[in-house]
Design a protein around this ligand. Sequence first.
Ligand code: FAD
Length: 444
Amino acid sequence: MVVVFIGSKIFLVGIIGKIPAVVSLSVTFGLIAGGVVVSLWKTRQQHAPVIPFTPTVTADAEGAQPVSLDIIILGAGMAGASLAAEVAQHRRVLLLETEDQPGRHTTGRSAATYFESYGNATVRALTRGSRRFLLQPPEGFADVPLMTRRDGLIVADHAQAAGLSHGLMQAPVPEQKLVSAAEVMALVPALRAEWVGGGLLDMSGHDMEVATIHQGYLRMAKRAGAQLVLDAGPVSFERRGGVWHVDSRAGKFQAPVLVNATGAWADEVAVRAGARPVGLQPMRRTAVTISAPTEFDSRHWPMVIGADESFYFKPDAGQLLLSPANEDPMPPCDVAPEELDIAIAVDRFETVTTLKVRRINHSWAGLRSFVADRSPVAGYDPRAEGFFWLAGQGGYGIQMAPGLARAAAALLLERPMPEDLVAEGVTAADLSPARLYLQSGEPA
Ligand SMILES: Cc1cc2nc3c(=O)[nH]c(=O)nc-3n(C[C@H](O)[C@H](O)[C@H](O)COP(=O)(O)OP(=O)(O)OC[C@H]3O[C@@H](n4cnc5c(N)ncnc54)[C@H](O)[C@@H]3O)c2cc1C
């Protein structure tokens, strides 16, 4: 049993009998009930379902000759898979993943939302540059649509409502409009009417099929000739004679170019490769699902986001997904949700809605990894020869994956940036790892 105090509430987080539960009690009632022994078990599942995939290469490390390639990409999450798909038609590519399944880490744990107003100017430009691909993927990429419409509704209490127009100006998106408190209530009648001061509706929003997009990229990479090696960890690498030599449980490989698409581990990998870290900070974000309310039809609700970004919730496969929108700094790891995060998610949801959470169906956490300016990092390292970065996707690595993969492929192959991305305002300088060294005041 885990007892958590938040403000004037006590939460018991765990399981009653075989039923996972979060019980919210007032302090008074909680103290009276304190003597009651309740057997609770932590509702914790490490992560969302993993994506099955069959490896294309199963090399034996014992005595194997190194396999020669043009590019070795470390990490087969969304970043590595999408980049492999973009470059495999031009170069011999190996996608090397330490886990036995690609997508086990951050990619398999996202909230699967797309908003063109989300993130800084670089992220928004890359997201706009991804829209066409996500709405009209290439022939054979997937059997189902990659995105379906779901508006975003930023809700403000009375104190925050005046600031909504500022948010509108900061991230201008044509499909955004201010809405009154009454309109907010009409869209999501479960919100507490006395709490709602106003809202901002973002009609650029979509739900994304993350596993389908990831699988589509892996398939596209394979079709273009890329090889995928899973279960390769631990991986070591060193540069000798102008070539990267990679030694792994799955075999030995060599290539002049090594791509660092290792998500939360990217700075650790860079240090091992002799490159300078870019100041990547993995941050834990937690999510839970609860059963959809019986008193409302929530299927078509927008995603509801607190104006201070202290919570969000949205319909998700017949349930509701809640998050406390936390950003807790962590070392790179296979992160699990904290009981306190779950209790905070429940508390904030119950504060802004008239709904009660009786049971957590599923909970997980993932690491969103950011550098200081919250833009992604893509480009050759200025110091480590043949070492290419694709990291720092933060909380936007799915929605901007198609645009970022095309931009990274151009930088990797030393070709011009695609014109449509240039038109959106994407520049090599804004993505370059060198910008972070310059920002830190040190020479690149
Ligand atoms: C709770 C949550 C909600 C999110 N919601 C959204 C959202 O709504 N929309 C959105 O666009 N984004 C969202 N994101 C962010 C998005 O999921 C990430 O930006 C994206 O998945 C990052 O992909 P990646 O490939 O860089 O990282 P990962 O998926 O973590 O992949 C990195 C891979 O590298 C492997 N690896 C590590 N070290 C090595 C090594 N030495 N050699 C080989 N392989 C290695 C790892 O095993 C891993 O598979 C969310 C994230 C979280 C956690």
